[in-house]
Design a protein around this ligand. Structure first.
Ligand SMILES: [Zn+2]
Length: 438
């Protein structure tokens, strides 16, 4: 294969893909207790409701496999009238700072709820969503944690690393997404079992409210509603989905692109203001500055982004996410050597291989962009060895093999991958590599 342009092309495409694979952190500020009378009290899910939910899950779970192959069209268009969608909403706050929707690209979303005394309350929140958004998507209970889309845990402490001083938080949602359409691939909700700042147990109605809120994030609402009558308000949120909450989520899942576009015309101003306000309100939280940096970055303001990231570093000098974000700025400014430096510092502060793989890949990218394929090869190979089901990592590894004339190695890698995912042989690039290796 002599077509170097093709390889160049491939590298660039891969980079774009990688940058869209990320973990987003969403924070729900803990709401100070409301006056007693305002707290909705309810018993846990009735026997009947519980049974219905389980029956539904059981019936439908037979159709649910790890990789549900759904017809994309069944998701992209929901048959509803414009008037149902054209309601007051806060879609500008829900989308990301590129102006893109982050959401599930399927209608069946599986949820695993770990054991806790709040399980029924969590089911109740899930069924509230199900009855409200019936036409748009449905939550199904998953029996198997690993194969579920959304995981919900009630915990004593958050597992994420940026919450050491999180006296204000009741719940956190970590979302993973991928692809240029930014579809969600995984979401993890954690609910604190105790009220921050005290040892008091959280009540059922508080769990209900927090789960309602976090589920909004798990569905892809990136920011918060500016209106305190909405579940997605950042603090003191209400315990009932408002018309604006409902309209926003319906729009997100409607697939009505023209309406979504017109409703998000002014997203850039909104996102920037939201991130700036957030940083002003919580200047001692690194995540505030990381978020602000991310918005600047997305709006093409790389210098401002670096400034925000440096403020985050002053608070958490060992947070690898910050170094990665800075590296990303340098990478996209074509300053590859500086990017490599920051990626390496991120690596020093990361312990799991799983988190290292995307960084190895990016270091490989930095070298590949400079035509240093000996170095690129080392990193692409390491990344692929850690995450050997990842097609993009395989391709980058193959690119380096081709550049360095490692024919046998390329074929071995393809064969290994093929044994798991035979459809890899349909890809033109892989066909070309095989032809070249013969
Ligand atoms: Zn939130």
């Amino acid at each position: 294969m002599n077509n170097r342009d093709k390889q160049r092309n491939l590298i660039i495409i891969s980079a774009v893909l990688l940058l869209t694979i990320g973990i987003a952190n969403y924070i729900n500020y803990y709401a100070p207790p409301k006056p007693i009378g305002k707290i909705l009290s309810f018993s846990s899910l009735s026997e009947k409701e519980q049974q219905q939910l389980f029956e539904k899950a059981k019936k439908e779970n037979n159709n649910i496999e790890t990789n549900i192959q759904e017809d994309e069209n069944s998701v992209s268009k929901v048959d509803v009238s414009e008037s149902e969608l054209k309601q007051d909403n806060y879609l500008n706050y829900a989308i990301d700072s590129n102006g893109k929707l982050v959401r599930w690209n399927k209608k069946k979303i599986t949820v695993f709820v770990s054991e806790s005394e709040y399980k029924n309350t969590i089911y109740k929140a899930l069924s509230t969503y199900n009855s409200t958004f019936e036409k748009y998507f449905t939550f199904y209970l998953a029996k198997d944690r690993e194969n579920s889309d959304i995981k919900i845990d009630v915990v004593n402490h958050f597992s994420s690393n940026d919450n050491k001083d999180s006296i204000y938080m009741a719940g956190i949602t970590n979302n993973s997404f991928s692809g240029s359409d930014k579809h969600l691939t995984n979401s993890h909700i954690q609910i604190l079992s105790k009220k921050p700042n005290s040892n008091k147990k959280i009540t059922d109605s508080e769990v209900y409210r927090v789960v309602l809120h976090e589920l909004g994030h798990a569905l892809g609402i990136i920011g918060h509603s500016p209106n305190n009558n909405d579940v997605m308000f950042a603090s003191e949120s209400v315990n009932k989905l408002s018309l604006r909450d409902i309209a926003t989520i319906k729009l997100m899942y409607s697939g009505n692109q023209s309406l979504i576009k017109s409703e998000t015309k002014n997203f850039a101003d909104t996102k920037l203001k939201e991130a700036e306000d957030y940083a002003k309100k919580s200047p001692n939280k690194a995540i505030s500055w990381v978020n602000l940096g991310r918005v600047y970055y997305d709006l093409g303001k790389k210098e401002d982004a670096l400034g925000a990231y440096k403020k985050a570093l002053a608070i958490e000098p060992k947070n690898p996410l910050i170094y990665q974000s800075m590296a990303e700025c340098y990478y996209s400014s074509l300053k590859y050597d500086v990017a490599i430096k920051y990626y390496n510092i991120a690596l020093e502060n990361i312990s799991t291989d799983e988190q290292k793989a995307p960084i190895y890949n990016m270091i490989g990218m930095c070298y590949a962009k400079q035509d240093k394929f000996e170095n690129a090869y080392q990193y692409f190979k390491q990344a692929y060895e850690i995450d050997s089901n990842n097609r993009m990592l395989l391709k980058n590894y193959l690119v380096a093999c081709v550049e360095l004339d490692k024919k046998q190695e390329a074929i071995t890698a393809i064969n290994n991958y093929k044994s798991k995912f035979p459809d890899i042989l349909n890809e033109d690039f892989v066909k070309d590599v095989i032809k070249w290796a013969k």
